[in-house]
Unconditional design. Structure first.
Lengths: 170, 127
């Protein structure tokens, strides 16, 4: 799931937040100007998913998808650099149109970049607040991600942003 | 870099006073007295926090200058940032695309004749 994007960080900021509630969690929030049922549909219907999942320049091939507890979603992400990234998602909980809980990993047998994701969809008038909580199973797995995908540029910008995230830490 | 290393960074950052000290040092080096000023804390209490920060490798203190100014050492913070950044970029951009896509869908829905939803060009699916 490498983003492989050369754009300067923060260039596309809209009203969303990133926080680090603990050393094994990352939480993203975003409010969408659309009714909850539609937002949930966009997250669970393959006809919709191919239109938005992944950073700009990425396309998706969905091999199978069963949005139900125990169901599997297998897909290939095609990066703009020609590299394919296999992904496997297994749904633990599916509560339309409120909540999704799933485990996400690459296809490799021992994939230490796996993590559990809880997505909640909350009504805010005509809008929908989406909260996405990524939980890494252990500090070792978190560090594997750092090692494998580290080395990002933009030192100062990164530090500024990090200070923001940490300001919201519990 | 070991697991312990990054965990130490997080444990150190879990304290709001220490985060505030780091934020202050991000703007440039400062003495203990200067760092103590915005807080309702005694210099010894600040010194305690500084020791924790120094042990975690987040700051360095001059050995030569008389006032031993503190300086931010950004490397451990960068390790945390690398971890977060990988996912942040992915989801920022996906959310941007979803945002655009939801607008498109709703614009289509308000038109008198709703055009049939376009099939994706790639991939085959089964439900």
């Amino acid at each position: 799931m490498d983003t492989g994007n050369a754009e300067p960080a923060g260039a596309s900021l809209r009203a969303g937040t990133t926080t680090l509630p603990s050393e094994r969690e990352i939480v993203f929030t975003r409010v969408f100007d659309a009714p909850r049922a539609l937002v949930f549909e966009a997250w669970t219907d393959p006809r919709h998913l191919v239109h938005w999942w992944g950073p700009r320049g990425f396309t998706l091939t969905i091999h199978e998808i069963a949005v139900q507890p125990g169901g599997m979603w297998r897909f290939l992400m095609h990066g703009p650099d020609g590299v394919d990234y296999p992904n496997v998602i297994v749904f633990d909980e599916v509560v339309p149109p409120e909540r999704l809980i799933y485990s996400h990993s690459g296809e490799a047998e021992h994939d230490s970049a796996r993590f559990q994701v809880t997505v909640t969809f909350a009504e805010q008038g005509h809008r929908t607040a989406v909260t996405m909580r990524m939980l890494f199973p252990s500090a070792a797995e978190r560090d594997h991600v750092v090692k494998q995908y580290g080395a990002i540029e933009g030192g100062n910008q990164t530090l500024d942003r990090l200070t923001e995230y940490l300001g919201a830490m519990a | 870099m070991t697991s312990d290393h990054l965990s130490t960074t997080f444990a150190t950052l879990a304290d709001p006073t220490r985060r505030a000290i780091l934020a202050r040092l991000a703007a440039g080096e400062a003495t203990v007295k200067e760092l103590a000023k915005p807080f309702d804390l005694s210099p010894p209490a600040i010194s305690k926090h500084l020791k924790v920060l120094e042990r975690a490798g987040l700051i360095t203190r001059s050995r030569t200058a008389q006032w031993r100014p503190c300086r931010l050492k950004p490397e451990p913070l960068k390790e945390v940032a690398d971890w977060v950044e990988r996912y942040r970029r992915f989801w920022e951009e996906s959310f941007d695309r979803l945002d655009d896509y939801l607008r498109e869908l709703q614009a289509q829905a308000t038109q008198p004749k709703r055009p049939k939803h376009k099939e994706p060009a790639n991939g085959h699916r089964k439900r």
